[in-house]
Design a protein around this ligand. Sequence first.
Ligand code: SAM
Ligand code: SF4
Length: 344
Amino acid sequence: MTLATQPMPGLVDAYGRVAEDLRVSLTDRCNLRCSYCMPADGLAWLPGRTILSDAEVVRLVGVAVGRLGVRKLRLTGGEPLLRPGLAGIIRSVRELRTRDAEPPEVALTTNGIGLDRQLEGLVAAGLGRVNVSLDSLDPARYARLARRDRLPEVLRGLEAAAASGLRPVKVNTVVMRDANEQDVVPLAEFCLERGYELRFIEQMPLGPRHGWDRTAMVSAAEVLGRLQEHYRLVPLPGRGAAPSEDWQVLGDDGAVRGRIGVIASVTRPFCRACDRTRLTADGQVRTCLFSQTETDLRTPLREGASDEELAELWLGAHRGKGPGHGIGTAGFRQPERTMSSIGG
Ligand code: SAM
Ligand code: SF4
């Protein structure tokens, strides 16, 4: 049997975890400057020649889906709606087939700006789900956190997501001390009324240097405490590899009002169940948000490597995946790249 016809193992690591969920960053650029993600002045953007072309993105995703067992894709960034070829990339990756001969599921994480204008085309191309990040409903607080006064555009994007029929529409919120703690319940109410699934994410040390303080971080437990002052929360089982711990929200009359989740990446890490692999906009595989090393696929790709060779490199990266992010341990070091450049 030749190498080309040998079935390859999935992206298994030394701890027996299998990565089937690929996060693809399509750009490191963004039209917001969320304080937990990017410095106020932005960053030195990745040089254009290092950014994978649309065809290169599709080729590498094809290796992951066709050879390495990836089933789910999430397109992110930076802000993925800033990528001119986004609809074309979605259309092309939906033509790929997983090992079960299914098209991969394709989801998008976005800040929502411009989503109202682009969504119809993205859905026609095969987009299956969308998450919109929203940290406050108060225009002044939103503008302070995102360092841009663009809340109305985000809300228009969110309305477009609801009107598109994509379900569930998920909303991501990072709660910051002395910044948007007072938004927890208004955001919950806003999402429950509209049928959106809200997930509160603990702030991780992936933003500007020295911008994270464990003692100041608003924990998932604290967020749940605030919610419990207003709602009855019933834990939902069946988390699997999902980072979110979900709760059913009951109204005063006991009727189900919806679902809210918390992503306790810092206080209750889910590394043992991690099923993720990541590809940066400049073609580097990261096995973890907090990796200190990356595996370059762009150079071999441009030098003519075959799909098998690229798959071997990707597999090799996962064999070296660490057991967990180690936040709070003595040896922990924040990675060089910020969240915007890794792809959240
Ligand atoms: N620009 C898009 C957006 O904001 O949704 C996609 C990229 S963004 C990096 C993806 C997600 O990461 C967002 O929901 C954002 O809130 C989250 N995020 C960014 N920095 C974070 C941090 N330091 N800790 C936790 N979540 C973070
Ligand atoms: Fe941009 Fe998203 Fe980072 Fe905010 S969280 S700065 S929207 S990449």
